[in-house]
Design a protein around this ligand. Structure first.
Ligand code: COA
Ligand code: ZN
Length: 310
């Protein structure tokens, strides 16, 4: 019923950190990525080569990528335009991600461009990726609903995918930027995209804003989708989308998948350690649950609780 294995892309140092006001030192970001690699994470969206004025937290994108590109995992980064692509290629990313919004309002807050302008900006990026032998992937933000406009038509998302496909892109991440997805919507959107574009490769990116993150993953699994994005400790959110909160949590996702008999190649205890480091670095409680409870195999001595005697 479910895929045998799932590929997780960790986005904690990108989506996770991008809204954090307090600058996380570059050395700390690199340490997280080393911890993720040691935990068995094979794909890491490390940072974004966006305007440092728009996202000051990720102004150190080049230093981060230069320090982690030879660790082993595939290192990918967001690029919004040709300038970002040039910086990313120079730093030595393995893959680049362009991102387009499914609504005009989010396109304008997130990229200061209309959807048409944003797609036009992908064209030079696609040429640069091809000439440097880099895989170019794409993300469609607010694909499951927009916090400014509400429901997003599946036909519109499919049209955007078609236009990106015409630029040679085959990999699409559907981003639920503010946690508006639900199982029926996941089925409708993924079904429409696979009907309209059977050759494309889908990755799902959920936020747990309304508590449905892992249920939406379970829906994706039932549809046979085997690629997901998540952030250690459940940190995350887009600063240019109202009401954005954390990504689904990597260690909670790894646990759920393991309980379903699905392999990820990620060591849960090592992942929990990375999540705890992330929480202590951020300095406030983060939403991850496994880093508090531990897996079900973690037992407690009877003497650790009070005995209910009447
Ligand atoms: N990297 C670094 N600097 C960049 C850049 C990039 N990728 N793109 C543009 N800039 C710089 C320009 O060089 C220019 O600098 P200057 O004023 O010193 O000459 C300045 O930013 C403005 O450039 P412009 O092309 O007019 O950009 P803009 O102000 O219209 O902003 C984006 C457009 C796309 C750069 C900006 O909206 C952005 O970075 N968005 C990303 C948001 C994001 O990361 N969202 C979360 C992911 S979902
Ligand atoms: Zn996100």
């Amino acid at each position: 019923m479910y895929p045998k294995s799932v590929q997780i892309t960790e986005v904690g140092t990108r989506d996770g950190l991008q809204s954090e006001k307090e600058f996380v030192p570059t050395a700390r970001k690199i340490e997280f990525i080393r911890g993720l690699a040691a935990a068995g994470v094979r794909r890491i969206e490390a940072t974004s080569f966006v305007s440092p004025r728009a996202v000051p937290q990720l102004a150190d994108a080049a230093e981060v990528v230069e320090a982690v590109r030879d660790l082993g995992p595939t290192i990918t980064a967001l690029v919004p335009n040709a300038k970002g692509a040039a910086r990313a290629i120079e730093a030595g990313v393995h893959e680049m991600m362009v991102f387009i919004s499914a609504s005009e309002s989010h396109s304008s807050t997130n990229l200061n461009m209309s959807i048409d302008q944003a797609i036009a900006a992908v064209e030079p990026v696609a040429k640069m990726a091809a000439s440097h032998g880099k895989v170019l992937r794409s993300a469609i933000a607010v694909a499951f609903g927009c916090p400014f406009e509400g429901d997003v038509a599946v036909a519109g998302v499919s049209r955007i995918a078609g236009r990106l496909k015409a630029l040679g892109i085959r990999s699409f991440t559907l981003g639920d930027t503010t946690g508006m997805a639900s199982p029926a919507y996941v089925e409708a959107l993924c079904g429409r995209l696979t009907d309209d574009h059977p050759e494309i490769d889908l990755t799902l990116h959920f936020h747990n804003t309304r508590g449905l993150g892992l249920l939406n993953v379970a829906t994706g699994l039932r549809l046979g989708i085997d690629k997901y994005e998540s952030a250690a400790a459940g940190l995350g959110g887009c600063p240019f989308a109202a009401g954005a909160t954390g990504n689904i949590c990597t260690e909670d996702l790894v646990y759920m998948l393991a309980e379903l008999g699905i392999e990820t190649g990620i060591d849960l205890e090592a992942m929990i350690r990375v999540a705890r480091d992330m929480e202590s670095c951020i300095g406030r409680p983060l939403p991850g649950q496994l880093m508090r409870a531990g897996p079900r195999s973690r037992l407690h001595p009877v003497s650790s609780v009070r005995r209910a005697v009447g």
